[in-house]
Structure formats: structure tokens, C-alpha cells
Write a protein that binds this ligand. Structure first.
Ligand code: SF4
Length: 264
């Protein structure tokens, strides 16, 4: 079985516990305005010519985004880092894009990792049929689950999709007592209102008193990728957010009894 991967990041320390190898699976049904990985959007391998000026010359290179891996090939890549996993209680994180878009491949890879006794994380937008989450859950040690905007109309404008399925899936995982961390990418002017934070708190307190939340302040690191990968950047020019600008939201979540940290 083959999957399409657009990046493998080794020694990652923000994608779950310990030192991790993060596998970025290509394809995402969302189009978040602030996305740092626009090269993930298409589920297919992409190729195009890119022309750059070098001194007085124009140099054209062929750029390829994505690479096909068999499960065996990807297992071999993962095995190279086993020592780091063992020493740091780390493991493998499947991210994207939306990793659930390559469900069959993801399912096999998660099973392979569990057979090797490797800790597994799935970093998801939550936008997938519930049955797909159910299929993989038993082989996932931890979900990193994005929660972006509680107002459905605003969510559609920011990401291109409704939040209904995402909220349903989050409710389901919490009800199942699944191990998860909620990640709140906080984007100035888009979802950093007190109303949005209070609605998140209301939604979560109806489900649990023990959520763990990571607030991710907006930063512009993905900005240059849009030009590099021939993608339209619809995000207006706004400065990166300082950590201290998110403290008020952290305090509100904490007052509701949740465990909160700022950053990944
Ligand atoms: S869900 Fe993640 S990968 Fe997909 S568009 Fe949004 S930020 Fe990008």
C-alpha cells in the first residue's frame, strides 16, 4: 500500500511527547487562511517549474512536492529514529495536511508503529467521518485536535468548511475518554475574541472538566511558502502574535479548570 508524504521532520519536540519523527501526509480538505503548510493542500504529487534570479541569470528548476512511500519504506524511515524514541519517550506523529485523508495508509502505519511498540500521535483538524476516527483510535496513543472557531459561519470563512463535524468528533473522542490535547491556533482578528474563547469553554465544560489545551499564537513562518509553492496567499499581512497577548485566554481556560499551555 502506498501513501503520499510531503515531508518527514526528525527530532521534532512540539508534536507530542519526547523526541518525535513527524510524518506529513499530503492532502487537506480545509483551506485555513493562516495555514503554514500550503504544499499539503493537494492530495497528489505536484510538479512545476520555478524560476529564480541568481546574480544576472534566471535559473529554472523543477520543483516536486510529495513523494510516494510504501508502508515498508516508511517503516524503514521510522526505524532510523527508534533510539531517540526510546531515550526520550517519544515516537511518531502523523500530521499533514489532514492525515485522515489517507485513511488506509494511516491505519496500516499506525498498526506498524504499535507492533514496534512506538508511541503514536495523530495531529488532526477533526474534519473526517466519525467512522474513520473510530477505525484508527485503538492504535493512536494521543490525538492533537485543532479547535479553531465556534461560530460556524466564521469557521466556513476561515477554513472553507463547517465546524459541525469537527465539534461532533471532538465530543465523541472526549466521551470515549480518548487521550487528546486540544490545540487552539489563535489568529489575531479572526478567532481571538473573548466571545469565541467563552464559547469554547462552554462547549468543553459541557463535556469534561479535564481537557488539556495548547494555545498556539499566530506566527508568519509559512508566509514565504505560498510564493515558493505557487499557491495563492489569502492571508492579510498581520504581525506574528506575542505569547503575552494570549495570556488572558489562558487564564479564562484555567479558571474553567482546564490545563493550559502556550505553544505546541
Ligand atoms: S487543517 Fe491544517 S493543514 Fe489543513 S489547511 Fe488548516 S492549517 Fe493547513
Amino acid at each position: 500500500m502506498n501513501g503520499i508524504v510531503f515531508d518527514i521532520k526528525r527530532y521534532a519536540v512540539h508534536d507530542g511527547p519526547g523526541i518525535r519523527t513527524t510524518i506529513f501526509l499530503k492532502g487537506c480538505p480545509l483551506r485555513c487562511l493562516w495555514c503554514h503548510n500550503p504544499e499539503s493542500f493537494s492530495p497528489k504529487i505536484e510538479e512545476f517549474n520555478q524560476t529564480n534570479r541568481l546574480a544576472e541569470k534566471s535559473v529554472t528548476t523543477r520543483v516536486k512536492i510529495g513523494k510516494e512511500y510504501t508502508t515498508n519504506q516508511l517503516v524503514k524511515e521510522i526505524e532510523k529514529d527508534q533510539l531517540f524514541f526510546d531515550q526520550s519517550q517519544g515516537g511518531v506523529t502523523f500530521s499533514g495536511g489532514e492525515p485522515l485523508l489517507q485513511l488506509d495508509f494511516l491505519e496500516v502505519m499506525l498498526k506498524e508503529c504499535k507492533q514496534m511498540d512506538i508511541h503514536t500521535v495523530v495531529d488532526t483538524s477533526g474534519f473526517a467521518p466519525k467512522e474513520n476516527l473510530q477505525r484508527i483510535s485503538e492504535n493512536v496513543d494521543l490525538f492533537l485536535f485543532d479547535l479553531k472557531q465556534m461560530n460556524d459561519k466564521d469557521h466556513r470563512q476561515l477554513t472553507g468548511v463547517s465546524n459541525q463535524q469537527i465539534l461532533d468528533n471532538l465530543s465523541y473522542l472526549i466521551e470515549q475518554k480518548t487521550n487528546l490535547i486540544i490545540r487552539f491556533p489563535m489568529i489575531p482578528g479572526f478567532n481571538d475574541s473573548k466571545v469565541n474563547v467563552m464559547k469554547m469553554i462552554e462547549f468543553l465544560t459541557n463535556l469534561t472538566s479535564q481537557a488539556e489545551i495548547h494555545i498556539l499564537p499566530y506566527h508568519r513562518i509559512g508566509k514565504d511558502k505560498y510564493a515558493r509553492f505557487n499557491k495563492e496567499n489569502r492571508m492579510p499581512e498581520i504581525p506574528s502574535m506575542k505569547e503575552e497577548d494570549t495570556v488572558w485566554a489562558k487564564e479564562l481556560f484555567e479558571q474553567a479548570g482546564f490545563k493550559v499551555s502556550i505553544g505546541g
